[in-house]
Each structure stands twice: as C-alpha cells, then as structure tokens.
Design a protein around this ligand. Structure first.
Ligand SMILES: Nc1ncnc2c1ncn2[C@@H]1O[C@H](COP(=O)(O)OP(=O)(O)O)[C@@H](O)[C@H]1O
Ligand SMILES: [Mg+2]
Length: 510
C-alpha cells in the first residue's frame, strides 16, 4: 500500500515536480529514504520520527520505504520533511490519502512538530498555480506564497494544526500577501558629493540605461561614496521585475521577512568573495551574488583586489545574463542580468599622476595593477570615468543636485525605454525581454539608434584610431542612446551624443 504526496525539487529557478511515495511493508524493521537524497534529506527521517512522536504517534515496527521520484533528480534541502511526514501519516491511515492529491507540500519539521520556514516557496507556489494544484507551506512563508496568485494555500503553524484541517476539525484561513519589511533606505544623497561632476553625470547615465561603469581615481576621492548613492537614484522595481528578483531571493533565503522585494537590489560583495559565492553553487547549490543582483546593481569596490579567476568568471554572465553552475549531474542556470558598477585606484599606492604623492615605482606599478583587469573584462565595461582628487575649492562649494532631482530624470528616461522596447518586443520571446538600452541587441540598435552622418563619421573614425572592438562599438551606441534619452529622446543620434559616449570609453590612465 503506497501513499503519495507531491513536492518539488529546484534546479536553478526551475521547479521540477517530485513524487514522494511511502510504503509500509512487512519485513525487517527499517526506515529508508531513496531517490538521490542529500544529507539534509537523509536526516529528515530523524526529524519526522521525532515530530510524530511529539504528536503521540510512533512509526509502525515494519519496513518503511520512502522513494523520492524521479530517482535521477538530486534532492537537496530540508523541505522534504513535511511531505514525507504526510506520506507516512497517510500510509498509516491517520489522514485520508485522497485529501493530499491536489497539494504540493513543502516544509521543515522541528522535533516538537512545529513547521519551520524553508527557501524557494515563491517559485514552488508559482509552479503549483501553473499546474492547478494547491499548496501547503510553513506559516512563516504564507505571505510570500500568496503572491503567486489565486491558488489555495494552507500555511500551518505545526503538524497538528494541519492534520486537524485535513480531518475537518479545525479550518485554517488562506494567508494574505505581505510586502517585505525592508526598513528605511540609508544611502547618502548625491548632493553630499562635492565636485566630481563628470562622475556624477556618468552615474546618472549608467542608472538611466543600465550600463556598466568603472570609476578610477585616487583614494578618498569619493568613488565608494558615489556608488553608494546609486540606490537613491534608481527607479523602484516594476511588479514584473519584483517577482523575478524575489524568486531568486526566495531560493537563497534572503527575502525580507517573507515578503516580496520592492527595492532594486544593490549587492556589494567584499573583494575576498569566493567564486561560488559570487557566481552561485557551492556545497548546496544556491544563487550567487550576481543572481541576487538580477535587475539591479553589482558593486565591486577595489576591483583589482578580487581574485583573477573570480573576475574572469563574470565575463560570460555579463554577456548572457545567466549564471551557469556546473553540478555533478546537471547544469543549473540562474538569471543574472545585473549592472556592474566598479571602482579602483589607478595603482597600488593610488596616487598615479600626482608628482608629489606618487611612489617611485611609477609607471611599472600602475601597469601591473591595471593589468589585473583583463582586456575582455574592460571591453565589457561600457563607461570608464576618472574620479580625480577633490579640490579644496570644490569642498567649500554649495551642494549640487539632490538624488531626488536626478532620480526623476532617470525615471523619465527609463519610462521612455520601457515604452520603446514594448513596441520592439520580439515574437515568441519568452525570456525577460529588453527594458533598458544596455540590453538591446545589435539588430535592435540599428532600429532604435540611427545616426546622423557626421555622428557616424566620428564613430567610425574613433573605432579605427582607438582600435575598438565590435562589442565596444555596440556598447558606445547603447550609451549614446541613453544620453539622447536623457536629452529628450530625439529619434536620430547626433555627433554630440556619440562624442559624449566616446568620452566615457577607455580613459587615459597615465
Ligand atoms: N567628492 C566628495 N565630496 C564629499 N565628500 C567626499 C568626497 N570624496 C570623499 N569624501 C569623503 O571621504 C570619505 C571617503 O570617500 P570614499 O568614497 O570612500 O573614497 P574612495 O572610495 O574614492 O577611496 C567619504 O565618506 C566622504 O566623507
Ligand atoms: Mg573606496
């Protein structure tokens, strides 16, 4: 006699249905879990046994077999406790088997039979909704699950409450969708940054079009400060983006108190970050920083201090917008369409070009330091700006524009792009679509960024003289399109737009 309960396994943000089959048979007393369980799943039987004991139930002295089908999909995580416990309860005839058929079940059990929160509830709930199933999840995750739309959800506090509901003795109500409590945003205002007009302008363009930006300058010139102003000028997430990002954060367990994310992600991993923590993977497969920064910003401060292999592994995701993580028996893919903002000193001492301060190893030390960023990596950075030391006169000057003013301009430019790309939507595009200029492909650019004749001449000449790559060519066009969008969005790009975009390419470092 076999009892069945539906649950899921996660492969990237893809959700695979898993069938938990429980059999109680005569034979030698044993309790086995099969079907590629990892350590957390294998330990599940101890938690399940203890939780049932807390309800005054003991497992029958028979041969208990739990099969997690399909057997070739690896099962990771602690969310299998609850489906296994329900399967056992059904096989023991404590609850009716047919009651469970329509549910997808996830939850971790504590020894006292309370149900603890687990990761990945949002994608699991979306999966349940798409398959006309209902969902059973921990109480703490109910608010998150409710965002998946109009599906039936049970979010019990403990196993007893769930059993009572299934038996009809105590009815639970559906949880309501909660917004994450993210706390107040504490970021400096752009008005606090003195001088650095070029860098501020570049930051605004980068924010408006989603472009990658590298700031190079001596220590204490305000590079980290400028980057930390960015969340204050970026537009909030659209509902579609919020759902995408929240799915990833749900899997990583970083959603704010069980609600959806509203604020555009801004991730700033330390330069000691390991490759798995940045790209994803590790012992238990989890999204990395670049995926947590999906639809938002990845800020890498002191860029050359990151391990070379870590930096190079960013190249592929920067082009494709996905992080591919190799596992023993599969490749797992997480979305990772992030905007890279980076900062670095021009050399180790940081004072390259300042005769009073620079060290005696110039220019060797600068060349060595900058060589840590490879050519292909530099090529992917649309804008590179100098952030020189602040002049005393600038420090005394009046404050410049506030973040609110800049943010309004950025918001307008983003709205223009959103409307434009809605018209250029590709047939049958099931991906995330294009929403900012930085993601437009070559063919699309031909349509949305036609050039005036002298603009074209300037761009072609610069390509030849500066030996720019084809990739650089398109990146310059994208930046120029954003500059034009901030400038009232003329349909045809002029020489001024191209010249400004070119000025952010390949700063002279020495
Ligand atoms: N342009 C600036 N305007 C106002 N304050 C600045 C500026 N540049 C640096 N500072 C001050 O110096 C501190 C350190 O700056 P920071 O951004 O960390 O420098 P960097 O990252 O370039 O080494 C900031 O917290 C701020 O107080
Ligand atoms: Mg800094």
């Amino acid at each position: 006699m076999v009892a069945r309960v539906n649950t899921v396994a996660f492969q990237g943000i893809d959700v695979k249905p898993v069938d938990v089959q429980v059999q109680i048979a005569n034979g030698m007393v044993a309790f086995n879990i099969v079907g590629l369980p990892d350590k957390a799943v294998a330990e599940s039987k101890e938690r399940v046994r203890a939780a049932l004991h807390a309800l005054g139930l003991s497992l029958p002295a028979k041969r208990l077999t739990v099969n997690l089908a399909p057997a070739d999909v690896a099962k990771e995580g602690s969310h299998y406790d609850l489906p296994i416990a329900l399967g056992l309860l059904a096989a023991m005839d404590v609850i009716p088997k047919e009651e469970l058929e329509e549910y997808v079940v996830l939850g971790e059990l504590a020894l006292d039979a309370s149900i603890r929160s687990v990761t990945g509830i949002l994608p699991a709930a979306m999966h349940a909704g798409a398959n006309d199933n209902k969902l059973i999840c921990p109480e703490a995750c109910g608010g998150e699950a409710a965002w998946a739309g109009d599906i039936d959800i049970l979010a019990p506090r403990d196993l007893l409450q769930l059993i009572n509901h299934i038996k009809g003795t105590q009815v639970m109500s559906r949880p309501v969708a909660t917004l994450g409590k993210e706390g107040p945003m504490r970021v400096p205002d752009l008005a606090e940054v003195k001088g650095q007009e070029t860098a501020k302008r570049a930051l605004e363009i980068a924010a408006a079009g989603g472009h990658n930006l590298l700031m190079i300058g001596p220590p204490g010139s305000g590079k980290s400060m400028l980057a930390s102003c960015l969340p204050g000028i970026l537009p909030p997430l659209s509902p579609r983006e919020a759902l995408e990002v929240s799915m990833i954060h749900s899997l990583a367990g970083t959603l704010p108190e069980g609600g959806l994310l509203k604020r555009r992600p801004f991730r700033d991993p330390h330069n000691s970050a390991s490759l798995p923590s940045l790209i994803g993977g590790g012992h238990k497969v989890k999204p990395g920083e670049i995926s947590l920064a999906h639809n938002g910003v990845l800020f890498l401060d002191e860029l050359p201090e990151f391990a070379r292999s870590t930096l190079e592994s960013l190249r592929q995701p920067m082009e494709t917008g996905d992080a591919l993580v190799a596992r023993v028996n599969a490749h797992v893919k997480y979305p990772a369409r992030f905007q890279l903002i980076a900062a670095m000193n021009p050399c180790r001492c940081g004072h390259l070009g300042d005769p009073d301060l620079e060290c005696t190893k110039v220019p060797r030390c600068a060349a060595d330091y900058q060589a840590k960023i490879s050519g292909p990596m530099m090529d992917r950075i649309d804008m590179q700006v100098d952030v020189p030391a602040v002049k005393v006169s600038d420090l005394d000057s009046a404050s410049g524009e506030s973040s609110a003013v800049v943010s309004a301009r950025v918001g307008r430019a983003r709205d223009l792009q959103e409307a434009r790309f809605a018209q250029h939507k590709k047939e049958g595009d099931t991906g995330f679509g294009v929403h900012v200029n930085a993601h437009a492909d070559g063919k699309m650019l031909e349509e949305i960024a036609p050039l005036e004749d002298d603009a074209k001449t300037l761009l072609n000449r610069s390509m030849e003289s500066a030996k720019l790559s084809a990739r650089a060519y398109f990146r310059i066009l994208r930046v120029a399109r954003t500059i034009a969008d901030l400038d009232g969005a003329p349909a045809v790009l002029t020489k001024t737009h191209i010249a400004e975009a070119l000025s952010y390419r390949r700063v002279s470092l020495n």
